[in-house]
Design a protein around this ligand. Structure first.
Ligand code: MG
Ligand code: MG
Length: 248
């Protein structure tokens, strides 16, 4: 069942979303060569708790940290630890917060130092594919129009669109119905209504769309070892159009 949110609930979600965005702003300023992913995660958790909120990922299905930090060929769900961020890395940071019982969820991929042009192009394309999805998050559209618009932007430049992981409805729970795939056909899925809130999150690979899970049980990596980028926003569908909640 898709749970519609009231305007008041969307305003609470906007506060959760703003905190996620501010947290990612902070992370972007902090990321540099020599920093460990655990140091970054510790700062992220402190930032969220200092704001009086709860990190949504901590202990979610047993995830041990407040942020997912995924580097280069790691697509999503990287566990913070002793890994040191290096010049030339692309670092995807995915953060969720809980404010007054509602969740905000957003991710960005950051370039560290001198990153290859190929990686910068991949990041830019992933951002553009997310924007295409947001532009289609309109009342009366089919959910499939979000999915196909993301897919078209990514595949137009020959990139691989991850299939095994998808976006999701979001509200009091981080993962609610419906699933929001980044691929599909325009006529599939539910018709979008005002009050739906969706986390749209293209995971775009430079090479094959195939992924695998590392033995830690969490980290998803590309099957061919080539880089991957991830951008995500929490978006409310309103009578006035798409309303991105995860902005500062
Ligand atoms: Mg996320
Ligand atoms: Mg998400």
């Amino acid at each position: 069942m898709i749970i519609l949110k009231t305007k008041e609930e969307i305003e609470i979600m906007r506060r959760a979303g703003r905190l996620v965005s501010e947290t990612l702003d902070m992370a972007g300023e902090m990321i540099r060569p020599g920093l460990t992913t655990l140091e970054l995660d510790t700062a992220i958790e402190k930032f969220i708790r200092d704001a009086g909120a709860v990190p949504a990922f901590k202990n979610y299905h047993g995830f041990p940290a407040s942020a997912c930090i995924s580097i280069n060929d790691e697509v999503v769900h990287g566990i913070p630890g002793s890994r040191v961020i290096k010049d030339g890395d692309i670092v995807s940071v995915d953060v969720g917060t809980i404010v007054d019982g509602f969740v905000g969820d957003s991710a960005r991929t950051f370039a560290v130092g001198s990153v290859t042009d190929d990686c910068l192009k991949l990041m830019e394309n992933t951002r553009k594919s997310l924007q295409a999805g947001i532009d289609n998050a309109k009342k009366g559209n089919k959910l499939g129009q979000i999915s196909t618009s993301v897919q078209q932007v990514a595949e137009s430049e020959g990139y691989g669109v991850v299939r095994q992981l998808v976006g999701h409805g979001i509200g009091r729970n981080m993962h609610e119905e419906p699933q929001v795939p980044n691929f599909g056909t325009p006529n599939e899925g539910p018709t979008l209504q005002a009050g739906m809130v969706l986390a749209i999150e293209p995971m775009i690979n430079m090479g094959t769309h195939e992924v695998k899970t590392l033995p830690d049980g969490w980290t998803i990596v590309t099957a061919d070892g080539r880089p991957s980028a991830h951008f995500e926003h929490t978006v409310a569908i309103t009578d006035e159009g798409p309303d991105v909640l995860t902005v500062s």
